[in-house]
Design a protein around this ligand. Structure first.
Ligand code: ADP
Length: 164
């Protein structure tokens, strides 16, 4: 039987309780879920790649169906390298919907052109977690607030000292 592999891509700067919940809900639907931490050299992150990796890995320690990796380049190329046929995304609101729709259509076209069609699968966020976003969490952190309600195991996240 072909292994059903899903890739959950994102910046995860940082990985929040919203991301965590959605990954746990995707798990029963797939044989393997790869959490793919995007690394874009043109982007300034608050948390270093290594600390984002260690943080997410710690959250899913002992969960044999989950793999956590960093990647550069096109998400579709990463999926091809991993033989994944599904892209997993979460939807919080209509803003997410419009944005995700454009990306899903683009990835559909690109993946078909490369001879490796990829389906994007969406789950609606849990209602009580839908207000959480990495950008708001970063804003709170920058201003000295506590982010413990939005992020599990915050202690494992180390701030990149040269982040603006
Ligand atoms: P990106 O950098 O690609 O925008 P993010 O790290 O912000 O990625 O998010 C990755 C995925 O997680 C996206 O599909 C996003 O919609 C989803 N997501 C973000 N926050 C939440 C949340 N609170 N609940 C569920 N899904 C979320």
């Amino acid at each position: 039987m072909i292994k059903r592999i899903g890739v959950f891509p994102g910046s995860f700067d940082p990985f929040t309780k919203g991301h965590e919940a959605i990954v746990r809900r995707f798990l029963p639907l797939f044989d393997e879920v790869i959490i793919a931490i995007g690394v874009n050299s043109n982007k300034q992150y608050m948390y270093q790649t290594e600390s984002r990796l260690a943080h997410v890995r710690s959250l899913f320690e002992g969960e044999s169906k989950i793999v956590v990796e960093a990647y550069t380049g096109l998400t579709v190329d990463f999926c091809i390298a991993k033989e994944a046929r599904y892209l997993l995304r979460g939807l919080r609101n209509t803003t997410d919907f419009d944005f995700e729709k454009a990306i899903a259509h683009m990835n559909e076209a690109v993946s078909e052109e490369k001879g490796h069609p990829i389906e994007t699968v969406f789950l609606m966020t849990n209602q009580e977690l839908s207000a959480i976003s990495s950008s708001i969490v970063r804003e709170i952190k920058k201003n000295g607030g506590s982010i413990g309600s939005f992020v599990t195991n915050e202690a494992l996240l180390i701030i990149n000292t040269d982040a603006k």
